[in-house]
Design a protein around this ligand. Structure first.
Ligand code: 5GP
Length: 121
């Protein structure tokens, strides 16, 4: 499958659609989900054009992989839900149609700020 340049997160990265930004660096952008499912619901996306985690694992550079993994923790810290603050959170990434993915640009959901509950409902 080819990366869709017109997906909503590509538009956010290009600044064509606004977002409520949490954090940004060379590798990632993080912003609040427009339709929060928990008290805190953030999204973390790589700046590179990757469809999903499979695509990213196959094609991303070591720096991009490291930048994304480290970035997830930085965002959790910024949100005050990291373990060093005595809290916790859940990270989820939907992959393709069977995984329930709607936006075809790799993204991680960060849920926190309350007990997140059952893993799969
Ligand atoms: P998926 O189902 O692909 O894992 O999750 C896509 C997420 O993107 C959903 O939780 C949805 O609410 C969020 N979303 C869709 N469009 C926008 C948007 O324009 N802005 C923001 N901030 N989130 C969006």
């Amino acid at each position: 499958m080819k990366y869709d340049e017109n997906n909503v997160f590509a538009k956010i990265l290009r600044g064509e659609i606004p977002c409520k930004k949490i954090y940004e660096d060379n590798f990632i952008l993080s912003f609040y989900d427009i339709n929060p499912q928990k008290k805190i619901h953030a999204l973390v996306i790589p700046k590179g054009k990757y469809i999903d985690l499979d695509d990213f694992s196959e094609k991303a550079s070591s720096d991009e992989i490291l930048g994304l993994l480290k970035g997830l923790r930085i965002v959790a810290q910024k949100l005050g839900i990291s373990t060093d603050k005595g809290k916790g959170y859940r990270i989820l990434s939907n992959i393709s149609e069977d995984g329930g993915q709607e936006v075809p640009h790799l993204h991680f959901h960060l849920f926190g700020g309350e007990k997140i509950g059952k893993m799969v409902q």
